[in-house]
Structures are given as C-alpha cells and as structure tokens.
Design a protein around this ligand. Structure first.
Ligand code: ADP
Length: 214
C-alpha cells in the first residue's frame, strides 16, 4: 500500500509549490511517487465543484450547506480514485495529494457553529473513508499562514478568485477551523511565517521533509 501524504492549508498557503517540490525531491531519488491535486478542476467529475466555486449556487460559500458542498468535492475524489490512482494506492510508493478530504474539513467546517465541528468531522470521515472507500491519509501536512498572508499570496498567484477566495470572513473562519483540525487530528503543522515574515520556500520545505522523516 502506498503512503498517502496530504498537503493542506488555506488558499495561497503554498500547497501547490510545496507539493511539487516534494514530488521532485522524491522522484529525484528514484522513488515511485504520484502527485495528485484536488479538486481535479479540468475533469468532468469536478463539474459540481466548479459550479459551486464559480458562484452557480450563490455568491457566498454559506449559500451551499457544508454537507452538499462536501459531497461535490468528495465525489470528485471518488471518481479520480476509481479511474486514475487506485492502482497506485494499492502498491508500494508515495502519493502526494495537494488538498484532500482535509480541505473539506477546513473549508466546510468553517460554515458551521463550533459546537457542530466534531460531529461534522465524524460525518465527513465516515462519508469519504468508510462509505466511499477512499484511503485515509497517512500524514497530513498543514501549511499554516495567517489570513493576511493567505490573501496576499492569492493575489500574487493571480488566478481569478473563486467564492472561497473572495470572502475574507470565510477565510478567517477557515483559519480557525484548520487550527482546530490540526490539533484534534494530529496534523503536522508547519508555521510558514516567522516574526511576521513569510519564510522561504526552501526553509518551509526542509521542515516538511523533517516532519515526514524523509
Ligand atoms: P496554494 O497551492 O496553497 O494556493 P501556491 O503554491 O499556488 O499556493 O502559492 C501561492 C503563490 O505564492 C504562488 O505565486 C507561489 O509562487 C507563492 N509562494 C508560495 N510559497 C511561498 C513562499 N514561501 N514565499 C514566497 N512566495 C511563495
């Protein structure tokens, strides 16, 4: 069975950058490694995700309940798993996922009052890992950046913003939700900002390797 490493964090926290770096590092060592990224934006299975993120169900994240939105993202992962990477998950190697079920935890939890957070996580993990049969990650790396830094990195990336990225209070709630999940679920938290300054890509990567014992 492959080792599944999920990399998560707020929008713009460096997930894409660090996932690619980790892939290059492991591939450079000759390891059997796959790099996945969710949602699969360009695949048909993500059509409901795209519809939701582009505002088709309303311009605010809360216009769509946490359970419905989670299901869109979960089905995207299910189709991708069944049609693409199950064979890799079933054999030895390393799979790196830029976002995974963890992203539903962070972003959808933030729509709910705190007293519902634990029961939502129970529901979500039952849905994805038990009923849909997706593999649970062996390691979750959480790239922690404050919301202000997330916002400036989203701008730096320059893509058109989706309904999550446009909504500052949603990002603030997501930050709190991510902190909660990291603590409760034992995610490997990497602080990407030190003394108010974003650390370098290489420094952050060294921490990731250390946390993953790579
Ligand atoms: P995410 O996948 O989490 O949305 P990205 O990896 O796309 O984030 O990074 C967002 C932007 O910030 C990109 O332009 C990327 O080059 C830049 N970036 C990522 N990490 C750092 C860092 N530690 N220092 C400076 N810029 C960074």
């Amino acid at each position: 069975m492959a080792r599944l490493i999920a990399i998560d964090g707020l929008d713009g926290s460096g997930k894409g950058t660090q996932s690619q770096k980790l892939y290059d590092y492991l591939a450079g060592q000759g390891k059997a490694v796959r790099l996945l990224s969710f949602p699969t934006y360009k695949e048909p299975a993500s059509s409901l995700v795209n519809f939701y993120l582009s505002g088709g169900l309303g311009g605010l994240p809360e216009d769509t309940c946490a359970e419905a939105a989670s299901t869109f993202f979960a089905c995207d992962r299910y189709v991708s798993y069944r049609t693409d990477w199950k064979k890799d998950a079933d054999r030895d190697g390393i799979i790196i996922a830029n976002r995974y079920t963890t992203a539903n935890a962070v972003h959808q939890l933030s729509k709910l009052p705190k007293e519902k957070w634990e029961s939502f996580l129970d529901w979500l993990f039952d849905l994805e890992f038990v009923r849909l049969g997706l593999p649970a990650p062996d390691d979750v790396v959480y790239l922690e950046v404050p919301v202000s830094v997330s916002l400036s990195l989203i701008d730096k990336r320059g893509n058109k913003k989706d309904i999550h990225e446009k909504d500052v209070s949603f990002l603030e709630n997501s930050y709190e939700a991510a902190q909660f999940c990291a603590k409760k679920l034992g995610w490997k938290k990497i602080s990407c900002v030190k003394n108010g300054t974003l650390r370098s890509i290489d420094e952050i990567f060294e921490d990731i390797k250390r946390e993953l014992s790579l």
